[in-house]
Ligand binder design. Structure first.
Ligand code: ATP
Ligand code: MG
Length: 425
């Protein structure tokens, strides 16, 4: 045997038992997003590296060390597997002048790639569902994006997911705050850890985001961004909060919440839970009013969030139920095998899901497979039935015996058996 080839570290195969849970969740997510008027957008998984460098920012974890970038030797251009999709959606909206048709509510679902240290609920290929509302200036859309998350937690029966909110203000306010933060951090520089020392000069706001416990007292002593905000920013922030309060939704203000990406301004938020160990953030987002212009579009305000699907699935309990076919089709003999294809297609045409036995084997072994499939009904086509244009029906989950019907009556007979009065043909 040759050496086994394995999946890339941090990138997971999602096998059928688990994939069924994914499909169920994805269907629910799409229905929920549509119910708020969000429309699907699908952008390429590869983008020019420059997009993420410009949109996310040079001095961020993602751009500094998490991107899968490579040179496409044929075109001599640097490409990157998308680490997130907000930049891509903004690029697509700008490139296709989507906002000339008015404000847009968009959503995406798909894989993202980040070269992180793999741990539980932290992978190198992971999946996000994201909503992006483009062209809306007011706090109402920020609140809508948050209220819809709250509804999702309710729909999924998830409790204990807390909303943390902050306001980053305008670019100018942030720049002024940044200066006072640097002065403070320099005054305690010798007590900073290595990461924070480096960030002090590249991206000082990120120091506030440090997860190192030793840094927490220093962070607590830092000036607060909220105290540096002007009237307009505060009004926007209060607007978001007023709608959340009206809706009876709880939130906490976390003045240290800065988010790791440079494009945010005004509202930022995270939904966090204690149920996922260290990886407690289920959903994160905020307002990014400068991004569309930055990627070459006309200036337009925008707000959005992204949710980790792996983390969401880890929170949703597994019902243990797997879908099974309505009918398992057993067939024996050469003539029967050919007839079986027609029978299976006709049943599917009539709306049944059918697993057709393939690969031959004895009648007994096929009936065992039928039983294991979970299907309530087996349809049996032997050479004798095929010759007569008939098929046999056997209920697998109750004692009803076996009976033969003409093939054109088969769908009706199965309906009667499954949903009807239970009278035998
Ligand atoms: P973290 O602080 O956990 O690294 P982040 O700020 O990098 O998160 P975002 O870029 O805001 O995360 O992504 C939004 C959501 O996507 C996260 O809240 C999380 O649920 C999910 N996510 C991000 N990175 C990963 C990953 N490597 N593996 C699995 N899920 C992830
Ligand atoms: Mg991260």
């Amino acid at each position: 045997m040759s050496d086994p080839i394995r999946a890339v570290r941090g990138m997971n195969d999602i096998l059928p038992d688990e994939a069924e849970r994914w499909e169920t969740l994805e269907e629910l997510l799409r229905d929920w997003l549509r119910s708020y008027g969000y429309r699907n957008v699908r952008t390429p998984i590869l983008e020019h590296t420059a997009l993420f460098r410009r949109a996310i920012g040079e001095a961020t974890d993602i751009v500094e060390r998490e991107m899968y970038s490579f040179t496409d030797e044929l075109n001599k251009e640097s490409l990157t597997l998308r680490p997130e999709a907000t930049a891509s959606v903004a690029r697509a909206a700008a490139e296709h002048s989507l906002l000339y048709g008015g404000a847009q509510r968009l959503y995406y679902i798909g894989p993202m790639y980040r070269h992180e240290r793999p741990q539980k609920e932290r992978y190198r290929q992971f999946h996000q569902v994201g909503a992006e509302a483009l062209g809306f200036p007011g706090p109402d859309i920020d609140a809508e994006l948050l209220l819809m998350c709250a509804r999702l937690w309710d729909d999924l029966n998830l409790s204990g997911i807390r909303l943390q909110l902050n306001c980053l203000g305008s670019t100018a306010e942030r720049a002024a705050y940044r200066r006072s933060l640097v002065v403070y951090l320099q005054s305690v520089e010798e007590d900073l850890d290595e990461d924070s020392k480096r960030r002090l000069h590249t991206n000082p706001l990120r120091v506030l985001d440090s997860k190192n416990p030793a840094m927490q007292p220093l962070i607590a002593g830092a000036p607060r961004l909220l105290d540096a905000l002007g009237e307009e920013s505060l009004k926007h922030f209060e607007g978001v909060q007023a709608i959340l309060k009206d809706a009876g939704r709880q939130y906490e203000i976390n003045p240290r919440l800065v988010r790791g990406l440079d494009y945010y301004n005004l509202t930022v938020f995270e939904w966090v839970t204690g149920r996922l160990g260290a990886q407690g953030t289920v959903c994160a987002g905020g307002r990014y009013d400068g991004l569309l212009e930055q990627v070459g579009g006309k200036p337009a305000p925008a707000c959005g969030w992204a949710m980790g699907i792996e983390r969401l699935l880890a929170l949703v309990s597994d019902s243990g139920e797997h879908p099974c076919p309505d009918v398992y089709l057993v067939n024996q003999g050469e003539r029967a095998a050919r007839s079986a294809f027609r029978v299976a297609e006709a049943l599917r045409e009539a709306g049944f899901s059918v697993t057709q036995h393939c690969g031959g084997g004895s009648f007994k072994s096929q009936m065992k497979k039928a039983d294991a499939s979970g299907a309530p009904v087996a349809v049996i086509v032997g050479d004798e039935e095929a010759q007569a244009g008939e098929a046999s029906i056997k209920a697998l989950r109750e004692e009803r015996g076996q009976f033969r019907v003409p093939q054109e009556r088969l769908a009706d007979a199965i309906s009667d058996l499954l949903f009807g009065t239970g009278e035998k043909e």
